[in-house]
Write a protein that binds this ligand. Structure first.
Ligand SMILES: [Zn+2]
Length: 304
């Protein structure tokens, strides 16, 4: 988006948050229903947004329906505040919600819209996390008919999903799902927690913050309310495992920038033609990485 762009005068009468009041009210009603039935995929009339479906229109509609003038918004994409998708969505909200504040700090934000990550810093009761979802239904892998999937969800029948996981174990000796790991909410509905890595799934469990998931193309909103059970689907004798980032010697890789050994890392390959260059690892959450770096500098100054 052109940073100097302003809405033309005849369109400046857009209501706060781009969506009209009726649309926002409908989305809020669906959010209430989603919170009341944890994990249930609540259908809603997803609006046309001035961007392609698949670019976070579901998350954006949830954010625009919730945001008020006192909110501080953070938008991240794969943990980063600076990627094209995050920057464009943030600018769009700034343009259509005059008076709101935006931030890159997880702690300062009241509302966080995210694609593919849950922030590394633990969220609080005063925060709401909105996740952008491409595919809301985990059963789509095993059942093409939505009508039948609804019955299976209603009956809590996830046997075919478990069979799929078992097949994985037989073929590869472990469950190979790296993201979108099916997770059972409040002991009943199994959700697709959006393409967050397995590393982030435990953060859904008993989270202090409200987590809302919006799928624009599939027209569904669902929620993990605060202090709710969220258990990844596993077998009794095969525990759930997260990415551990250890090398062949069993040592954990550290972030090349801040040195953290307790964060989710992106594996970065050297560019083509850089002979001899080694691949390296870096925190995926840029705000967390900056914080760790600042702390390290502070410590170094104190010790100097
Ligand atoms: Zn780092």
């Amino acid at each position: 988006m052109n940073p100097g762009y302003e809405l033309p005068l005849d369109e400046a009468a857009y209501s706060f948050g781009f969506l009209d009041e009726y649309a926002k009210r409908e989305v809020r009603r669906c959010i209430l229903k989603a919170i009341s039935i944890p994990g249930y995929q609540t259908p809603y009339a997803s609006r046309e947004m001035p961007m392609g479906r698949g670019f976070g229109t579901g998350g954006l509609q949830v954010t625009l329906s919730l945001i008020g003038q006192n909110d501080v918004l953070k938008v991240i994409d794969q943990g980063s505040d600076d990627s094209v998708n995050a920057v464009s969505l943030r600018q769009f909200v700034e343009l259509t919600c005059p008076g709101i504040d935006t931030t890159e700090s997880t702690v300062e934000a009241t509302l966080i819209q995210s694609r593919h990550r849950i922030p590394e810093t633990a969220l609080t009761e005063d925060q709401v996390l909105v996740l952008q979802v491409p595919y809301p239904d985990p059963l789509v892998l095993v059942e093409p008919s939505e009508a039948r999937r609804k019955v299976m969800h209603g009956e809590g029948d996830y046997s075919r999903l478990l069979t799929k996981l078992y097949e994985d174990l037989v073929h590869f000796d472990e469950i190979t799902i790296s993201h979108r790991y099916p997770t059972r909410i409040n002991g009943h509905y199994v959700i697709d927690p959006s393409p967050i890595p397995r590393y982030d799934v435990p953060q859904l469990h008993q989270s202090k913050a409200l987590m809302l998931l919006g799928a624009g193309r599939e027209k569904k909103i669902y929620a993990v309310p605060p202090y709710t059970q969220a258990e990844p689907l596993v077998f009794d004798d095969v525990p759930f495992r997260i990415e551990d980032f250890t090398n062949a010697q069993g040592q954990r890789h550290a972030c090349v920038r801040c040195g953290a050994v307790d964060s989710f890392l992106d594996e970065i390959m050297p560019a083509d033609g850089q002979d001899g260059a080694q691949k390296f690892w870096q925190c995926s959450d840029s705000d967390y990485c900056n914080q760790q770096l600042a702390q390290r500098k502070l410590l170094a100054e104190e010790n100097a």
